[in-house]
Write a protein that binds this ligand. Structure first.
Ligand code: ATP
Ligand code: MG
Length: 596
């Protein structure tokens, strides 16, 4: 059955919704795919739901093809399993929690590692049962701090999550690779431009993970690439650690009067004026800047932390957050300064930082601050800095942290050349979980020798509803959406340009005939059969809605032709009425053979 615009439950909008900044959000609302129900929560209209199901179909086919079996878990989950994995606490404000009438604790599932692990434990007990990969396509709930951009970051969203279970690490790697290959096929079929990057594992724990990022300027993730093939989410980039520098000949540290130099720029200017170097001018990279933040731990406690890093770099909040997860980073406020009177704002130095020192504030250093490096830094007295302060001799931290920004041109950690930066949208994330969940929930099986061994797991997510928006970010123009054929809500959008069936009987009749024949050949049609709607309005809607092939049936019929337009290239051709069905079957069929 064709979709008929005359009866379709849709209203296209001429104007952008007020709350929408990104093209995908704007266009999906304007073209009548989704409607906002609450912040980060959306209803699907018929066109949108068709696209969503098309994406699900692609994901499902490729998961089935690697032998993963589809299951379906509840979204409403009991507290206990999440208690056992400690994620009831770790998720903090990030999940929706609720109580039943008996005061029992429940949550709406943000991801299902615990439940899958327990179900396998329930049913399986031997190495003979493994390997196993199971998956679901399910609605997930996360109380995101910043729901954003419509479907891109929702508080309710659809995810495909799968889990692999293996006896040995070697067997696990086979399951992991099978998933990775399936993801490549999924994102190829969805028509996304994407990269695969090394990633942080976040709340999952586990040893290693990779992300599939759709390349998009509007993406929230930043990733790096080197000419030699290194690729990583910026959160996961490890700074190459320089060799220690001998410091036997280094002069003793000396505090100097540096009035009105609370910023790196004012300090460097002052140094060059009052304490010029003989070899070269002072640079901001010679200074050690100490940035204070507060960590809020999932149990609600807070902890001030100082980060010491070269003065030419800023703290990258996303990198810092990824390092301290599940704790959240909050600003160090004036009240915090009041609580720590030994901190001289603008002139803070290692003198008061670190567990061994007066403030008791944990002091974490950038990996570049290796032993023997010499710094200018705060003397913990307003208007004063220390020069020639040598790391390892005059101060040390309580550890290192990867919190400094990564800049274009920085060296790749594996020596594969200078990094370039770009932005992306996280579409998929595959985790080597190891035994974290299996241990927490004691999922063990008997191995070949009758010994109990803990199962090793992987978990693998695809943002299914996010993909709807990411595809639009990747594929649209001024006029509207341009769907890749695989996910489009229909194969052909047929515009009937006549006024009504009484005035233009032939146009309406031919449109109906072509539509029926196309449908009979398996080509799905969105038929704009609205009466008394101008052709201009119909064309505008067709471009907005974004079906890849637009057919215009109108005055050309007197010459025996209709117009076929390619939504992406804008190319139009006249096709004879007699051939149009064959022609369209070919266009759609060729695309299904892998031709975009
Ligand atoms: P992000 O870093 O974007 O918050 P995440 O790392 O928390 O995502 P995972 O736990 O890895 O997400 O979830 C698997 C996949 O689910 C992600 O790769 C993403 O495509 C999708 N996803 C995660 N959070 C959301 C959300 N709030 N809205 C829509 N899709 C999401
Ligand atoms: Mg992720």
């Amino acid at each position: 059955m064709p979709l008929r615009m005359s009866t379709l439950f849709v209203r296209t909008l001429r104007d952008d919704p007020a709350d929408a900044e990104l093209p995908s959000h704007r266009l999906l609302v304007r073209a009548g795919y989704i409607r906002r129900a609450a912040p980060g929560i959306y209803s699907w209209l018929p066109l949108g739901y068709r696209v969503l199901r098309n994406i699900e179909r692609v994901v499902r086919t490729e998961m089935d093809a690697i032998g993963a079996q589809e299951v379906h878990f509840p979204a409403l989950l009991p507290r206990e399993p999440y208690e056992a994995s400690n994620r009831w606490t770790e998720y903090g404000d990030g999940i929706f929690r609720l109580k039943d009438r008996k005061d029992g604790d429940y949550l709406l599932g943000p991801t299902h590692e615990e439940m899958f692990t327990l179900l396998v434990k329930d049913l399986y007990s031997s190495y003979k049962d493994l390997p196993l990969s199971i998956y679901q396509i399910q609605t997930k709930y996360r109380d995101e701090a910043r729901p954003r951009a419509g479907l891109l970051r929702g508080r309710e969203f659809v995810m495909k999550d799968s889990y692999s279970f293996d006896v040995t690490d070697e067997a696990f790697l086979v399951s992991y690779q099978a998933h990775r290959d399936a993801y490549v096929r999924i994102f190829d079929r969805l028509g996304l431009r994407y990269v695969i990057v090394a990633a942080m594992s976040g709340a999952m724990g586990g040893s290693a993970s990779e992300e599939f990022l759709a390349i998009a300027d509007n993406g929230e993730d930043t990733y790096v690439r080197s000419p030699g093939g290194y690729a990583a989410n910026v959160e996961a980039v490890r700074t190459p650690v320089p060799d220690p520098v001998p410091y036997d000949d280094a002069p003793a540290a000396h505090a100097e009067h540096t009035p009105d130099t609370p910023t790196i720029a004012t300090l460097v200017d002052h140094l060059n004026e009052a304490f010029p170097r003989t070899d070269r001018p002072w640079r901001s990279a010679d200074t050690l800047k100490n940035v204070l933040v507060v960590l809020r731990h999932p149990d609600g406690t807070t902890e001030p932390v100082a980060i010491g890093l070269p003065g030419d770099r800023d703290v990258d909040l996303k990198r810092l957050s990824a390092q301290v997860e599940p704790a959240e980073v909050e600003p160090f406020t004036d009240d915090d300064f009041t609580r720590h009177p030994d901190l001289a704002k603008g002139y803070i130095g290692p003198g008061v930082l670190g567990e061994k020192n007066t403030s008791g504030i944990r002091y974490l250093l950038d990996p570049r601050v290796v032993d023997g490096t010499r710094w200018v830094t705060g003397a913990d007295v307003t208007g004063s800095h220390v020069i020639d302060l040598v790391a390892g001799r005059d101060f040390s931290g309580d550890g290192t942290i990867e919190a400094a920004e990564i800049r274009a041109g920085d060296p790749a950690p594996d020596g594969s050349g200078p990094l370039e930066l770009a932005r992306g949208i996280e579409m998929g994330h595959i985790f080597q979980l190891g035994r974290r969940f299996a241990e927490a929930l004691s999922l063990q099986v008997l191995d070949e020798n009758g010994r109990l061994v803990t199962v090793t797991m992987g978990s693998y997510g695809v943002g299914v509803s996010r993909a709807v928006a990411a595809i639009v970010e990747n594929s649209h123009d001024e006029a509207g959406i341009i769907w890749p054929r695989e996910v489009a809500p229909a194969d052909v959008h047929l515009v009937v340009t006549g006024k009504d069936p009484v005035k233009d009987p032939e146009i309406f009749a031919e449109s109906e005939r072509i539509t029926a024949e196309l449908e009979a050949c398996g080509v799905s049609v969105l038929l704009d059969d609205r009466v008394k709607v101008s052709p201009g309005v119909k064309f505008t809607d067709a471009e907005l809605i974004g079906v890849p092939t637009i057919v215009v049936v109108g005055r050309g019929l007197t010459d025996g032709v209709v117009e076929v337009k390619d939504r992406r290239s804008g190319d139009r051709i006249q096709v004879s009425v007699a051939n149009v069905v064959t022609h369209l079957v070919e266009v759609v069929g060729a695309a299904q053979q892998g031709d975009p």
